[in-house]
Design a protein around this ligand. Structure first.
Ligand code: ADP
Ligand code: MG
Length: 341
């Protein structure tokens, strides 16, 4: 029989998952929920799938409730509201994730910086219509962006932003973290074959139900229809995370303004149009996809070269593709490779 394409993997528009025919047909469970501003679909196979998918969504919702800065009841919103006022005690999830973020901020020289919240609010991509802030507005807000100012107290598990109007935004990592938690639950509950699609964050759990590798299509960033691919990666038990400038953006005077900000300039990063990171840890892949996007080809690939077991696929504005690192032996590229990085 032929298994149909999982619905949201197509709908998420970032990544398309290709399934082809398979012989036996274990029970398939597919469910979609809207969490963290994204449609999240889990497709799982086998007798334990129903209960496991239910538990995985409960966990993802818990993570979203802790970390969504747009939800006034989240821990992150509480930290932000108390900037310049007092430290806030948080869950170990939030605390430990912030510690990890600090580590990657150091590693990326500040290209990944969760204190971009004031920039996110100033630009309000997708909310304000074609609004480009003035240089003065950007310079004012940039004074508030600095991950080194976040005060983390490991004993008390508190987080303090010492300057009023500073803010944390975990939009560049929370989906990846939530997907890791969901994937662990599926595994623990006996699911050996599943796919989690949270926007551009994909987790391939085990193999496909027919025993073959999953085939993950990476969307070509300049195709409005979403059916032309940059490449297809065959893989199993890996997170494949893509950041692109084509999800949330507007164009003014020929410039595309999107939602990944360069913390040095305060403007949307312009050196790449798509970054895919492959890793066994989707929080890491999510962070790195954002960091490499900001750093561009040379510095971005130099960053991931330092890490073990990370695969990187980037596309430049000239539509040249560069790849580096692990897990890419079964990558079929549908686009021209660049020569020098
Ligand atoms: P998506 O949310 O489309 O999956 P990303 O994973 O690249 O894309 O994350 C983009 C989000 O991360 C933005 O919406 C914003 O909340 C946050 N962000 C933007 N720029 C940065 C940055 N330089 N460092 C950390 N987070 C960022
Ligand atoms: Mg990211």
């Amino acid at each position: 029989m032929r298994i149909s394409w999982p619905k949201t993997a197509v709908l998420c528009l970032l990544v398309i998952v290709l399934l082809s025919s398979c012989k036996s047909a274990p029970k398939e469970v597919q469910r979609t929920e809207f969490l963290m501003d994204t449609a999240i679909t889990i497709t799982a196979y086998g007798d334990k799938a129903e209960q496991a998918v239910e538990s995985a969504f409960v966990e993802m919702k818990r993570v979203a409730d802790l970390m969504n800065a747009n939800d006034p009841n989240s821990e992150v919103a509480l930290i932000n509201k108390n900037a310049g006022i007092k430290p806030i005690k948080v869950s170990s999830d939030t605390f430990e994730l912030l510690e990890r973020c600090q580590w990657y901020s150091e590693l990326s020289g500040g290209a990944f910086d969760v204190t971009v919240r004031p920039l996110v609010e100033l630009w309000a991509i997708g909310k304000k219509d074609k609004y480009v802030p003035t240089d003065e507005e950007i310079q004012q807000v940039l004074k508030l962006v600095d991950y080194r100012k976040i005060e983390l107290d490991p004993k008390e598990k508190t987080v303090f932003l010492p300057v009023p109007d500073m803010g944390i935004d975990l939009g560049g990592v929370a989906k990846g973290y939530g997907a890791d938690r969901a994937r662990n639950i599926l595994k623990k509950q006996g699911v050996h074959s599943a796919l989690i699609a949270a926007g551009g964050n994909i987790w391939t759990v085990g193999q496909r139900p027919d025993g073959k590798k999953w085939r993950i299509g990476i969307r070509h960033p300049r195709q409005e229809t979403g059916d032309e691919l940059l490449g297809v990666l065959s893989c199993q038990d890996l997170a494949v995370v893509t950041s692109g400038d084509y999800e949330r953006y507007f164009v003014k005077d020929g410039v595309r303004y999107h939602h990944i900000f360069d913390p040095y300039t305060g403007f949307p990063a312009q050196s790449l149009v798509s970054v895919t990171i492959v890793s066994t840890d989707s929080a890491e892949a999510d962070i790195l996809s954002t960091a490499v996007f900001v750093l561009g080809v040379e510095k971005g690939l130099a960053l991931t070269d330092q890490l073990d077991n990370v695969g990187t696929i980037v596309m430049t504005p000239e539509l040249k593709v560069f790849t580096a690192g692990s897990y890419l032996s079964e990558l079929e590229l549908m686009h021209e490779k660049g020569e020098n990085r």
